[in-house]
Design a protein around this ligand. Structure first.
Ligand SMILES: O=C(CO)COP(=O)(O)O
Length: 253
């Protein structure tokens, strides 16, 4: 086993300097298990990264929400992996469904981004997940396998990858996947990794769940054997994010 619980807070495109400082203060004052039990990462919008990095407690880490697919250069509006490394940002979220859907990022593009970010020394939270239509059509397993395949095709070392299963229908909707639904997909994903990458990676890769996770539902979800943590949107902007971090202790019982 030995998959350390992972809790990420994706702040998305939210916040003012004052609000960001307030969230960081709440996190800094929070009583949570040590880094040996839970890895905590918060992902502010790019512009707030320096502020958060300066103020945030040292046992919590920072992730960017995206980065450019290759080396930087004449790509107006983009932020390169090299820049994140230069700033001391250890993590980046790649392939979030909002980028896949709204900005038309394809499986291949996401795979390229994951590979490039890893090559520069970043750790990656790679997001996958089906739409409601796809779930209702019974294609969930195939869709997430295809998304994972496009990443696996470009990645040889999985040590610095966390897979985030985020069903699109559960994101920002208040319609959380049931613990059984999350567990089922996580098991399918782990089996896919086992069959297509290796047994070692399948055993060690953390598969976290995202989509309407909150202080009330996190414990039951965390109790599922293959749920290794969470990627939290809305609730990561609130004090209940601390409760979600603390759901890591469920694993020890
Ligand atoms: O997209 C998410 C995290 O990346 C989940 O968002 P919500 O927790 O707001 O549903």
């Amino acid at each position: 086993m030995g998959r350390k619980f992972f809790v990420g807070g994706n702040w998305k495109c939210n916040g003012t300097t004052e609000e960001v400082k307030k969230i960081v203060t709440t996190l800094n004052e929070a009583k949570v298990p040590g880094e040996d039990v839970v890895e905590v990462v918060v992902s502010p919008p790019f512009v707030f990264i320096p502020t958060v990095k300066t103020l945030l407690r040292p046992d919590f880490h920072v992730a960017a929400q995206n980065c450019w697919v290759r080396k930087g250069g004449a790509y107006t509006g983009e932020v390169s992996a090299e820049m994140l490394v230069n700033l001391g940002v250890p993590w980046v979220i790649i392939g979030h469904s909002e980028r896949r859907q709204i900005l038309q990022e394809t499986n291949e593009f996401v795979g390229d981004k994951v590979a490039y970010a890893l090559s520069q020394g970043l750790k990656v939270i790679a997001c996958i997940g089906e739409t409601l239509e796809q779930r209702e059509a019974g294609t969930t397993a195939a869709v997430v396998a295809e998304q994972t395949k496009a990443i696996a095709a470009k990645v040889s070392n999985w040590d610095n990858v966390v897979l985030a299963y985020e069903p699109v229908w559960a994101i920002g909707t208040g319609k959380v996947a049931t613990p059984a639904q999350a567990q089922e997909v996580h098991v399918d994903l782990r089996k896919w990794v086992h069959d297509n990458v290796s047994a070692e990676v399948a055993a060690s890769v953390r598969i976290i769940y995202g989509g309407s996770v909150n202080g009330g539902n996190c414990k039951e979800l965390a109790g599922q054997a293959d749920v290794d943590g969470f990627l939290v949107g809305g609730a990561s902007l609130k004090a209940e994010f601390v409760d979600i971090i603390n759901s890591a202790t469920v694993k020890k019982n």
